[in-house]
Structure formats: structure tokens, C-alpha cells
Design a protein around this ligand. Structure first.
Ligand SMILES: Cc1cc2nc3c(=O)[nH]c(=O)nc-3n(C[C@H](O)[C@H](O)[C@H](O)COP(=O)(O)OP(=O)(O)OC[C@H]3O[C@@H](n4cnc5c(N)ncnc54)[C@H](O)[C@@H]3O)c2cc1C
Ligand code: SF4
Length: 329
């Protein structure tokens, strides 16, 4: 296969959202939204995805930047990960997101990569990325779920034919912050809770999010309800930079008088969607923060995990990340 040689496409550079929506509607499944291009160009250069029209969103000014909105903030989908990691309000009130954005890939990728692209990016399963005709590519087998397969990066929970995982570092942070995704299409504006934005193979094996043809994610809204909470983000990868998480954890805790009054916690790299750990939340809520509750949280985090041949290590890894999140947030 010829690499680094994109097939031809028509490039559209709309100057406002209305124009972008018209183009999205006009091209339907033949169109491709382009943000920072870090994921998109990989697909194009490998010739695995060959859209007829690329709709470059970078000229849509209203999708950029961080604004105060109600009691929280709105982050435009085209805001770069670097801007998010360095933004003073995000650092002060929602540092969980700043920490997660600051752990993505490398400085160059964070400079061009956007929050919208980061949550909409496709899975990194290498069989699929290599263009193999697996279930997710519309075929009838999974190359990663065999006794000989290389699947140490793959999932522990809720596999349904596909065992790939959600690769985003910012997605678990957005779930822990109870964010809402603002999705616009010809029919209007839809607000979708972050945890409902991502979908597993049981719902649609060809997609990672609820976005439909013609939909544009315009921004992410973070409510004030978790502003200034105790936060914890940790990512474990094979390398410290330029690498996807084997497992990451994002947690927001409200602690008063040593008691964890409320919390939200999510892990990436363990399921096809970022996994909200509601069982951990139920175990921990209302308890004093101590070693015993951190241990109980860890044990409950991995309940129901079904490891593949090469990823058993993810169970203790996930448990330890959850334990540290409860102990140290
Ligand atoms: C070498 C390398 C290492 C990486 N390491 C990490 C890592 O450690 N952690 C991590 O989280 N990510 C990592 N990434 C992924 C990278 O962060 C994402 O590729 C990037 O964030 C995607 O953002 P982008 O703006 O470049 O999007 P693009 O590549 O332009 O778009 C990605 C996808 O999202 C869709 N899209 C983008 N914006 C919108 C929108 N507003 N509405 C609808 N659809 C949209 C596009 O159509 C495309 O399908 C890595 C990528 C590379 C290449
Ligand atoms: S894990 Fe999913 S993406 Fe990877 S080969 Fe199997 S079906 Fe394809």
C-alpha cells in the first residue's frame, strides 16, 4: 500500500458555523470534518479513509476559545489542548481537564490537536489502523481477540465483537467533571452528557461517538458544580511522552471534614468508551477518606473485568490508579 500519499479530495474552508453545517449536510457520509488533523491525516495518508470532501473547521471562530457560561465554562471544540492545559480559569477551577490535556501526546500534537478532535478521535487498535477488514471496518472478524493476537492495549470490559478501547485522555476528565457536549446539526442544537456521547460496539460497532452524519461538535460545557473540587488525573503509558494511555484515571472528589461527600471517577483504556466507575462512587460516597476506603474502591473498580490473553496487567494497574485517586485527590 502506498503510504504518505493521500488520495485527492475537495477541501472546503467555511468561515462560519452556518457554512460548515451546509457543507456537512451537502456531503453527508462523503464529507470529513477536519480540526487539528492529527488523527485525520493518519487515515488519509494510509489511504484507509478516502473522503470526497474535507471540511476544515479551523476558520470557524465561534468554535475557538474558553468562555464563562452560566456558573461554569464553555470550551470551543477547536480550542487547542495546549490552550486548555495553560488556561488560568481551567487551571484554577477545573484543573482535572488541564492536567489531562497536558498529558496528551507531545507538545507539537497538543499545539495543533483540539479538544473536539481529541474526544472524536478513532480507536488506535493497530489491526484496524492497518486497514484490516475487521468488524469495526465492516468485516466479520476481530483480529485482536484471538489467542495469538497482540492485545495488551485492548479492553477489560463490555467487549462486543470489538475489544478496542477509547484512546482519549481528556474524555475521562470530562466525564468526571459532568461535562455536556454541544452538538449542532441542520435540525438545531443538542446537549449530550459526556458519558452518553461515547458509544460501545454493542450500540454501533462502526462508530466511537453518537455523532451522526452532518453533526458538528461545537463546544464542551463544564458546569460549575465541580469547580474547585479535589482532583486527580494519572495516566500510565509505555513511554512518558507521545504515547497513548494503557490506563488513565480522572477523579473529582468533594471532601468536607475528611469525609468524601460526593465524587465522580472515570477510567480510559479499559473499555471501548471511557468507563465511569459508578460502583466505586457508590462504595466511596459518604465515607471518611482513609486507606481502608481507598482499598475498597480499588477492589470494586475491576469488578466484572474480563481480561484478554495479554492484558491481565491492566487489572492491578486500574485498581492502583483508583486507589491513588481516592487517597491523593
Ligand atoms: C503520535 C500520536 C500520539 C498521540 N497520543 C495521544 C495521547 O497520548 N492521548 C490522547 O488523548 N490522544 C493522543 N493522540 C491523539 C491526538 O490527541 C488526537 O489525534 C487529536 O487530539 C485529534 O485532534 P485533532 O484536532 O488533531 O483532530 P482531527 O484529527 O482533525 O480529527 C479527529 C476526528 O475527530 C473528528 N472531529 C474533529 N473535530 C470535530 C468536531 N468539532 N465535530 C465533529 N467531528 C470532529 C474528525 O472528523 C476526525 O474523525 C495522539 C496522536 C498521535 C498522532
Ligand atoms: S478490536 Fe475492534 S478494531 Fe481491533 S481488530 Fe478487533 S474489531 Fe477491529
Amino acid at each position: 500500500m502506498a503510504k504518505d500519499m493521500m488520495t485527492a479530495f475537495e477541501l472546503y474552508q467555511p468561515a462560519d458555523l452556518g457554512n460548515a453545517l451546509d457543507l456537512a449536510k451537502r456531503f453527508g457520509e462523503d464529507g470529513w470534518m477536519l480540526a487539528g488533523g492529527n488523527d485525520s491525516l493518519d487515515w488519509f495518508k494510509d489511504r484507509i479513509k478516502q473522503p470526497k470532501a474535507v471540511i476544515d473547521l479551523n476558520g470557524v471562530a465561534e468554535m475557538k476559545g474558553v468562555r464563562e457560561k452560566g456558573d461554569g465554562i464553555e470550551v470551543g471544540a477547536l480550542t487547542s489542548l495546549t490552550e486548555i492545559a495553560n488556561h488560568p480559569v481551567i487551571q484554577k477551577q477545573y484543573n482535572l481537564l488541564a492536567a489531562a490535556a497536558g498529558k496528551v501526546a507531545s507538545p507539537q500534537i497538543r499545539n495543533s490537536g483540539t479538544i473536539g478532535g481529541n474526544v472524536c478521535q478513532d480507536t488506535r487498535c493497530w489491526y484496524y489502523r492497518a486497514g484490516m477488514d475487521c468488524y469495526r471496518a465492516g468485516g466479520n472478524t476481530c483480529y485482536a481477540d484471538t489467542p495469538e493476537a497482540m492485545n495488551r492495549e485492548h479492553c477489560l470490559f463490555n467487549a462486543d465483537r470489538c475489544v478496542a478501547v477509547s484512546p482519549s485522555d481528556t474524555a475521562p476528565a470530562l466525564i468526571a467533571l459532568d461535562a455536556q457536549m454541544v452538538v449542532v446539526n441542520g435540525g438545531g442544537v443538542e446537549m449530550i452528557k459526556a458519558e452518553d456521547f461515547f458509544i460501545g460496539p454493542d450500540i454501533d460497532i462502526l462508530k466511537m461517538t453518537v455523532l451522526k452524519e452532518g453533526d458538528i461538535l461545537t463546544s464542551v460545557r463544564i458546569p460549575g458544580s465541580w469547580a474547585g473540587a479535589n482532583f486527580y488525573f494519572e495516566k500510565v503509558a509505555d513511554r512518558n511522552t507521545w504515547d497513548f494511555a494503557l490506563v488513565n484515571v480522572a477523579a473529582a472528589l468533594k471532601i468536607k471534614g475528611g469525609v468524601i461527600e460526593d465524587l465522580r471517577i472515570a477510567c480510559g483504556g479499559v473499555e471501548c468508551v471511557p468507563r465511569r466507575l459508578t460502583v466505586v462512587e457508590d462504595v466511596v460516597r459518604g465515607n471518611k477518606r482513609d486507606e481502608e476506603i481507598a482499598n475498597l474502591a480499588a477492589g470494586s473498580a475491576s469488578r466484572g473485568a474480563v481480561p484478554l490473553n495479554q492484558n491481565h496487567f491492566k487489572i492491578p494497574l486500574m485498581e492502583n490508579l483508583v486507589k491513588r485517586a481516592i487517597r491523593e485527590a
